[in-house]
Design a protein around this ligand. Structure first.
Ligand SMILES: [Zn+2]
Length: 272
């Protein structure tokens, strides 16, 4: 009898230990994936019909990723060498282009030159080491889309670099927490990725974040509703077109710029 009680007690104690360890592990995993407190507002998925913008004259939004030499690592189409990057900015400067911010879509800003927008995706560190000095040289402003879980990691922008760039007039937008295909994740994760990354970036920068960029360029109506209800004012896609005429602020097209892109033969720019 004594032996049976001892066995039952031992089993119960071991079982509670396993349950305790499992619960700690799963909450740690959850926190690691999202890195934000789970305090999402209700109804982030409520249906929104955004007011169309009227964009005239047309405004090209240029999309860059890495500004560094390609080293046979990853997708070559997202690399532009520092030399070609500078030549491209020189071309824009020579042809009378002048940067405007994404806020100019909602609040048109008068420009003396041809307006265009510069964007950089993924928050790589070469945005600071390579792109930033050239942008300052030409007096251009840009928006950098940050994957907030990657901030301060090796190869990505650090908080201090971002604050220095911000002080020099650069703008930062969200590119989600972890760069998933937002149309392929559970509703709860999509909301965390969109709303949580905005809050994380705002904590880091100390200013409102109003611009979003779809990871991998994938979006649908549900994702656009979450974007609008989270307080963003714009979202950019990877549809290779100039923004012109009546435009949905959450479907802003962008021109993909590669290392071999020749602005002299790019009708999207030469026609402006
Ligand atoms: Zn990306």
């Amino acid at each position: 009898m004594k032996k049976t009680v001892f066995i039952v007690l031992s089993v119960l104690i071991s079982l509670s230990g396993v349950i305790f360890i499992f619960s700690r592990l799963s909450s740690a995993l959850w926190a690691d994936v999202f890195q934000t407190p789970s305090d999402l507002p209700a109804n982030l998925d409520a249906e929104v019909t955004p007011e169309k913008l009227s964009v005239s004259p047309p405004i090209p939004i240029l999309m860059y990723h890495h500004i560094t030499e390609y080293t046979n690592d990853g997708n070559p189409s997202i690399y532009v060498s520092p030399q070609h990057f500078e030549e491209q900015l020189q071309w824009l400067s020579d042809h009378g282009f002048q940067t405007v911010g994404l806020d100019s879509f909602r609040h048109p800003t008068p420009t003396t030159g041809k307006p265009f927008v510069l964007t950089f995706d993924d928050g790589y560190q070469d945005a600071y080491t390579q792109a930033f000095p050239v942008l300052k040289k030409y007096g251009f402003q840009a928006t950098f889309y940050i994957v907030t879980n990657d901030m301060d990691k090796s190869g990505f922008l650090s908080e201090n670099e971002m604050l220095e760039m911000k002080a020099a007039g650069m703008n930062f937008g969200s590119h989600s927490l972890s760069h998933p295909d937002l149309t392929g994740v559970f509703q709860r994760q999509a909301e965390e990725e969109i709303y949580g990354s905005k809050k994380a970036l705002e904590r880091e920068l100390g200013t409102p974040v109003t611009d979003f960029c779809y990871p991998g360029g994938t979006n649908d109506r549900n994702i656009e509703n979450i974007i609008a209800n989270s307080g963003y004012e714009t979202a950019t896609t990877t549809v290779d077109k100039v923004v012109s005429g009546p435009t949905d602020p959450f479907r802003l097209n962008r021109l993909n710029i590669g290392d071999a892109t020749n602005f002299d033969t790019l009708p999207a720019l030469t026609s402006l």
